[in-house]
Ligand binder design. Structure first.
Ligand code: SF4
Length: 177
């Protein structure tokens, strides 16, 4: 069994293209939903015993107990989809290598308004790579800042980090970067 779990709908980014804008964030009842406690997720994983769990969000590294969830399910393989913007979240994950994480997808958002986004993102990805995690990046909504997207892609690839353009991007209109 392969599951995708959305630990939280919270995110520090504000992407125009985010699928949550027209779904979860547009529904008042969902907006008020709190993140379920770790015990609920652990109980469900112990009950269903999935072979692979893809952790997504929102931004899952904002959830402080995420490393504990990994540690309590050592025989489950996890993938993680993150925007890598949480300094604390990446630090927590990198306190040691969790070998049940088999893939990390760090999404590149060239239009992110965080100060010094480019330098910060590269440093965050570098921390995870240096800790031994298998990281690849995907380029999202690069049409708003093609130059920055190309620069990030080049720097990541120079450091051996694979980069793909998200399959839903309009490459016919936007061109490659
Ligand atoms: S980083 Fe991801 S979850 Fe956060 S706003 Fe952007 S698309 Fe949505």
């Amino acid at each position: 069994m392969h599951l995708c779990i959305n630990l939280t709908w919270l995110c520090q980014n504000e992407c125009d293209v985010c699928w949550l804008n027209d779904t979860i964030r547009a529904r008042g009842d969902q907006k008020m939903m709190r993140t379920r406690p770790m015990a609920d997720w652990t109980a469900a994983l112990h009950r269903d015993k999935p072979k692979i769990v893809d952790i997504a969000g929102g931004e899952p590294l904002l959830v402080p107990w995420l490393p504990d969830l990994l540690d309590q399910n050592p025989f489950t393989k996890f993938g993680l989809s993150t925007n890598a913007l949480s300094l604390q979240g990446v630090s927590r994950l990198c306190q040691r290598r969790r070998y049940n994480i088999v893939s990390i997808n760090a999404s590149i958002h060239p239009d992110c308004t965080r100060p010094e986004y480019e330098r910060f993102f590269l440093a965050q990805v570098g921390k995870m790579v240096n800790r031994g995690y298998p990281v690849h990046c995907n380029l999202v909504d690069y049409g708003d800042d093609v130059q920055r997207a190309a620069s990030l892609r080049q720097q990541l690839e120079e450091h051996g980090v694979p980069v793909v353009i998200s399959p839903y991007e309009r490459t016919d209109d936007l061109g490659d970067v």
